[in-house]
Design a protein around this ligand. Structure first.
Ligand code: 2AM
Ligand code: CA
Length: 264
């Protein structure tokens, strides 16, 4: 497969900025808000419109590529053969609806399952986190530093408060201990942004017991290119075709969380 990565990257950057403009313009219009799996799982006409925009652009320009998207306008994929775009049109929809900030467009482009390009675009801050395999990670055109280990006692860990109280997905007690032993915890409500912050060194780790591929695909490419580590909460590689738990962190921090806080 001879993929034209310069061309793919140019298109992705252009489309993601255009998507951002459309989302910012939507603030002036009335939102249609619906719920999906439960009352707090929100989707709007804008989420759908933006994913349809990407689907139309990709199909027109790259008819042999595949698309996996949160809102279902992509292709029914059973394998990762060829070039696959994994897109979340708005990650952090609750923030989009309630705050009109702290949400992102997330894109990962994979070739036969290997991450080649990653984008997380913070629409309101106008910050584009970008990585291309072998070319480093960049924030609005400025290179980001390679990630280095730090002690847990000096780490800022991103975790949603839900996972620090009794819940049905994981044993919260070791995570409470992690929260106590870390320097601090944060929760931003957008997995894509939290992963981008790990890639940028603003956070030392992020974890969640359940994310979908579109939540983490773009951020995973960023972090791996920055020298960080992304696995599930058991330390195994992520499956890009289904839901996963996620532990993303600086090297060293990742191992220490796995060994001291997550293994039973
Ligand atoms: P969304 O805003 O696109 O729905 C919130 O903590 C983060 O987790 C957001 O990135 C949100 O994505 C994602 N998220 C929330 N509930 C989820 C679920 N049930 N499955 C997968 N991802 C979820
Ligand atoms: Ca999402």
């Amino acid at each position: 497969m001879t993929a034209k990565w310069d061309e793919i990257d140019q298109c992705a950057q252009q489309w993601i900025r255009e998507a951002g403009e459309r989302i910012r313009a939507s603030f002036a219009e009335k939102l249609t808000i619906e719920t999906k799996a439960n009352a707090n799982d929100l989707v709007t006409n804008v989420d759908r419109g933006i994913e349809q925009f990407f689907a139309a652009q990709i199909r027109r320009r790259f008819p042999d590529h595949h698309l996996l998207g949160e809102e279902g306008f992509g292709d029914p994929l059973e394998a990762l053969d060829g070039i696959v775009w994994i897109i979340d049109p708005i990650d952090g929809t609750m923030n989009f609806v309630h705050q009109q900030r702290h949400f992102a467009v997330s894109i990962g482009v994979f070739a036969d399952g290997v991450g080649q390009l990653g984008y997380v675009y913070d629409v309101v801050a106008d910050e584009l986190y970008w990585a291309r395999k072998g070319q480093g990670v960049w924030l609005n055109g400025a290179p980001l530093s390679r990630l280095r280990p730090v002690p847990i006692a000096e780490s800022v860990i991103a975790v949603n408060a839900t996972w620090l109280m009794e819940n049905r997905r994981l044993d919260h007690r070791p995570l409470v201990r992690l929260a106590k032993e870390a320097r601090g915890t944060r929760s931003y409500g957008s997995a894509a942004l939290e992963l981008a912050y790990v890639a940028a060194g603003r956070l030392d780790a992020y974890l969640s017991p359940r994310l979908s591929p579109w939540d983490f695909a773009g951020g995973m490419v960023l972090i791996e290119e920055a020298g960080g580590v992304v696995t599930n909460l058991n330390g195994a590689p992520l499956d890009l075709l289904g839901p996963n738990s996620v532990l993303a962190a600086k090297p060293g921090v990742h191992e220490e969380i796995l060994q001291r806080y997550l293994s039973r």
